[in-house]
Design a binder for this molecule. Structure first.
Ligand SMILES: [Fe+2]
Length: 297
């Protein structure tokens, strides 16, 4: 096999306390905190690392200010880890490290222990398909993201083919949708999401675009976003459903750089999906929330 999932992401930040508050509000599980580092996990135990101190062991940041410095990918077996690390020129003990063509840190490690992923979805009724009887719905309660399902990075237009080839040729990512004017969506061998990774060249500069977190369903996307707004964080995009990937989304500006996405109901695909090449950019979304009410509830 090969790469199974995102294992960890590392940001360097300037205000650790603000970031801790943000990801606590976002519903990640706090694991540890010291003066200059905080660590959180998703429900399946992927790790988010926030570093307020310099990280000389990582390549220099690709943009000014707080930003994403490294993504570590989890590989299924020691033999596959050795093989992929050699191909990509990644070295070191524990996490094998290298740098991609844009300057982002890339790590490889054995896939970690996973957590409970399989909570049943909320069931919904429609006429002719009634599955919930004598049971009222309640708030989903505190939203706890299941997993980091994809990362989107901005890259310069120049050299974009080489930037993508690093991942497809050396790390064996599978290109799923190549949108020529915009970027390349990819997935890893061990995951069926339509994309786990996007290199987006449309902004024509390097930086973190967003990290997406899968939540339990549509209600969780809405309630999780509402909760972030109530806690004082800034929404970055209206509720909607993407065209590529079909996922329902809400985006929130993140103090660690870029945005976080609450996502649900992403397309799952298999090898028969192939690589779909788009000469023009598909619409960004199928729909976004519209209202013509300008005040109040
Ligand atoms: Fe996304």
């Amino acid at each position: 096999m090969g790469i199974q999932r995102i294992e960890s992401v590392t940001y360097t930040v300037d205000d650790l306390d603000t970031n801790v508050r943000f990801f606590t509000d976002f519903g990640l599980t706090p694991i540890s905190q010291s003066q200059d580092r905080a660590v959180f996990q998703t429900r399946i135990r992927q790790t988010l690392i926030l570093d307020a101190a310099a990280r000389p062991d990582l390549p220099p940041p690709v943009e000014n200010g707080p930003t994403l410095r490294e993504i570590v990918w989890g590989v299924d077996t020691p033999a596959e880890l050795d093989r992929l690390a050699e191909k990509a020129g990644a070295a070191g003990e524990g996490v094998r490290r290298t740098v991609d063509r844009t300057g982002f840190g890339v790590g490889l490690t054995l896939v970690g222990e996973t957590g409970p992923e399989h909570e049943p979805p909320r069931i919904s009724n429609k006429s002719g398909y009634v599955v919930r009887v004598n049971r009222a719905l309640e708030s989903v309660g505190p939203v706890r993201p299941i997993r980091m399902c994809h990362v989107a990075l901005n890259i310069p237009k120049e050299g974009r083919e080489e930037a993508v080839a690093f991942y497809t040729d050396l790390l064996e990512f599978i290109p799923t949708d190549v949108v020529k004017p915009m970027g390349t969506f990819m997935r890893v061998e061990g995951d069926a999401d339509q994309h786990n990774f996007l290199l987006c060249h449309r902004p024509d500069r390097a930086g973190v675009n967003h990290v997406s977190y899968e939540v339990n369903g549509f209600d969780d996307v809405i309630e999780g976003g509402n909760h972030m707004i109530e806690r004082g964080w800034q929404e970055a995009r209206k509720l909607g459903r993407h065209t590529v990937g079909s996922n329902v989304f809400r985006f929130v500006h993140a103090p660690c750089g870029g945005r976080v996405e609450l996502a649900a109901d992403m397309d799952r695909i298999d090898d028969s999906y192939g690589t779909r090449v788009h000469e023009t950019t598909p619409p960004h979304h199928i729909w976004t929330l519209r209202t013509n009410r300008d005040r109040g509830e």
